[in-house]
Every structure is written in C-alpha cells, then in structure tokens.
Write a protein that binds this ligand. Structure first.
Ligand code: PMT
Length: 217
C-alpha cells in the first residue's frame, strides 16, 4: 500500500524521563511499541516519517529519521522542529505531566535527605495542545476509568482531529504489551470500536482513518 506517499508524518513514542538528580528520574511504563508500530506502518505506506522517541529498548527502525530525546521539554522542542513541514502529528508517547521543580546537580544522599524526602513537582508543557501548525493532530488517551468521556474531553481540550481512546485496564492492552484495545473518535464524534489486535494492526487502522483527513487538508 502506498496511500501515504509524499506525506510527512511525525510520530512520538516512549515514556519521557524527568530528572530528579543525575541518577534518578520519574517516568512511566511505556515501551515505545505503539509509537514504533505507527512509525513503521506509515513508512511502509510511503510516508516520510520522523520518529521522536523517549528512551526505549527498541532498535531504531530503518528508513525512518529517529530523534532521541529524554524529557517532556526536549520532546516539545523536537516536535516543534519536526512538524515544521508536517502533514500529521501522532502523539503516542506517554509524556510526563509533571517534572521535578529543580533537578538537583549532585546525587541526593540518603544520610542528608533524612527519613522523608519531599519532591516538588511542576507541570510539563502540554505538547499536543501547545504545538502550532496546519497539520492533522492525533492524540492518545490512556485511561483507567471513564474511557470515552475522558477521551472526548481530551479531543476537545487539545483541539485534535482524532483521538485514540486506549483502555489500559484491559488485559493485553496499553503499556508494554504487543497488543492493544482502542476506540477511535474523530472531531465529528464518529466512533470506531476496535477489537483487541496487534499494535501494528492498530497502527494501520489509525492510518486508514488519517488518509482521508490528510487528503482534505
Ligand atoms: O509504548 P507502549 O508500551 O506501546 O504503550 C502505548 C501507550 C499506552 C503509551 C499508548 O498507546 C498511549 O496511550 N499513549 C498516550 C499515553 C498518555 O500519556 O496519554 P495521556 O492521556 O496522558 O495524554 C493524552 C495525549 O496528550 C497523548 O497523546 C499524549 O502524548 C499527549 N500529551 C500528554 C502530556 C503532555 N504533557 N503533552 C502531551 O502532548
């Protein structure tokens, strides 16, 4: 299939890491598998793909420009640069919502920290909501409750064309597994509930919906 030939697609993947000190960080269980599957599927359909990825255990896919970042702030900068001429942005990354207020330069010592250590956190930038440009915006909503309600809210709040409601409570779905169970919701409220399938199959279903959207831009 070559229905994305000539299109430029930016995909994000993995869980950002927010430094506490030089050896410790806050992160999440994202393996990058969903984002990498999307990047590879878009490449195989002819798109020029830029993959902005937080650290993962996955090898760089061939035929894709891979930009390695660590934190949410770095991901935002890389996404702004990558989307300068993009037709679409797909944010499959699990971006940390909070980062330590100030990352300490030296390793925090158990003896000096004492019995309790209070970490002050501040909000990270909301990349999807803040990145500007005339491209199709696709977000994920990883939810453990009120799946569709929360996904619809994110679709509106982040001004998205399509949101992938990701049920992370279902077995074999969500973080760090090879399969996923998602529901696609577009701007007009059209809903497509998909059965459990491989992340690669989910990626192709998402791209199927995006082809028409990119064509209408
Ligand atoms: O990597 P895997 O192990 O394969 O797992 C896949 C996945 C579960 C991580 C993926 O399918 C998924 O659901 N990704 C989104 C996870 C998430 O952070 O969702 P959220 O509901 O917190 O965020 C909503 C959307 O806003 C997401 O598209 C997210 O990338 C984006 N976001 C979030 C926070 C932030 N500061 N900036 C953002 O742009």
């Amino acid at each position: 299939m070559d229905d994305l030939t000539g299109k430029r697609i930016v995909v994000t993947a993995g869980g950002t890491r927010e430094a506490i000190d030089p050896v410790r960080y806050i992160s999440n269980r994202s393996s990058g598998k969903m984002g990498y599957a999307l990047a590879e599927a878009a490449r195989d359909r002819g798109a020029k793909v830029i993959l902005v990825t937080a650290p993962t255990a996955l090898p760089d896919p061939s035929g894709i420009e891979v930009v390695h970042i660590v934190s949410a702030v770095q991901m935002k900068e890389a996404v702004i640069k990558a989307t300068a001429q993009a037709d679409a942005l797909i944010m499959a990354a699990a971006v940390a919502d909070y980062q330590p207020k100030s990352a300490v330069k030296e390793k925090i010592k158990r003896q000096t920290a004492g019995a309790e250590l209070i970490l002050e956190l501040v909000r990270t930038p909301d990349i999807l909501a803040e990145v500007k440009g005339n491209f199709i915006r696709v977000g994920f909503a990883a939810e453990s409750e009120h799946l569709l309600e929360n996904a619809r809210d994110k679709l509106k709040r982040k001004n998205l064309d399509l949101i992938i409601a990701n049920d992370i409570t279902a077995p074999d779905s969500g973080f760090d597994v090879d399969t996923n169970k998602v529901t696609l919701i577009d701007r007009d409220g059209k809903l497509e509930d998909l059965p459990l399938m491989s992340k690669r199959e989910v990626a192709d279903k998402i791209l199927d919906r995006m082809v028409g959207m990119i064509g209408k831009r």
